[in-house]
Design a protein around this ligand. Structure first.
Ligand SMILES: [Zn+2]
Length: 273
């Protein structure tokens, strides 16, 4: 089973790096940074009311760790939508040291250029990763339940195939750490939207009904099924099995921390030779 592997302050997509050492892809963890409570300590988010100086320090130290200069990072303003933006060298540095310059209204980003680190922020939502070595494409998408049922994952696949000449059989995807079925209770309103994205026989793998009339939802499984529906090969999907709410010392969790917490960062970049 392909999964994420801890390396320093991140969980890395080891398989992709093994295949191409110039690919840097992973997910930052909670510990080892400068931010005080409730953002303790390796907070990567500027929008959560942490002192921006600490966030800058955290980001700069991680830039050192992965040897990817902070001025080459690109971040976006995530709005739980399904908008996908193609990023170029002209966007370098946007959102890397402040929130204001981040690419607006983009829950998905991709690029074909090297020396750009795409970044995206999380506290329970599902980080999605995309990689086609053949077409030199890398991408990220932020998938909470809204983005997931809005099919932001399949949308990226479709865009690569239609606009960038990619073949779905060459596209690798990864599904990062997120709130697990164990901790993610949702109501009928959410489940009715989830049902509309699924075939009936796929439902048991994605949610179960509780005695109180609510449901436990597995957003990672839902994203996996949507990737398979879109034609991604099963062997090309890497999945993290961590629940961000279960282990509060390792991960920030919006639910577990009652909304006041820091953010972890997904990232992918291809270094120039
Ligand atoms: Zn859990």
């Amino acid at each position: 089973m392909k999964t994420f592997i801890q390396s320093g302050k991140q969980l890395a997509i080891h398989d992709w790096q093994k295949e191409n050492p110039l690919i840097i892809a992973g997910f930052t963890l909670r510990e080892g940074g400068y931010s005080p409570m409730p953002f303790n300590s390796f907070n990567m988010g500027f929008h959560v009311n942490d002192n921006p100086r600490y966030v800058q320090k955290n980001r700069k130290s991680f830039a050192e760790e992965i040897q990817f200069p902070i001025q080459n990072w690109v971040g976006s303003r995530q709005v739980h939508g399904t908008n996908i933006v193609k990023v170029t060298k002209e966007d370098l540095g946007r959102g890397s040291l402040d929130f204001e310059t981040a690419v607006p209204d983009a829950d998905g980003m991709y690029t074909q250029e090297e020396d750009i680190l795409l970044t995206s922020l999380y506290a329970d939502c599902v980080p999605l990763y995309f990689y086609s070595s053949k077409n030199k494409l890398i991408g990220l998408a932020h998938a909470g339940w809204r983005g997931t049922v809005g099919k932001i994952g399949p949308k990226m696949i479709k865009q690569w195939c239609e606009k960038e000449n990619a073949d779905v059989k060459d596209i690798k995807t990864a599904i990062g750490p997120a709130i697990g079925e164990c901790c993610y209770e949702v109501d009928e309103k959410v489940i009715s939207e989830v049902r509309s994205a699924l075939n009936k026989n796929e439902e048991p793998a994605v949610f179960t009904k509780n005695d109180n009339g609510k449901y436990q939802l597995n957003l990672q499984s839902l994203n996996e099924i949507l990737f398979l529906q879109a034609g991604v090969l099963p062997e090309n999907i890497t999945i993290s099995h961590n629940c961000t709410s279960c282990d509060n010392t390792v991960f920030f969790s919006h639910r577990k921390d009652n909304g006041k917490t820091g953010r972890m960062m997904s990232f992918i970049g291809r270094k120039g030779v």
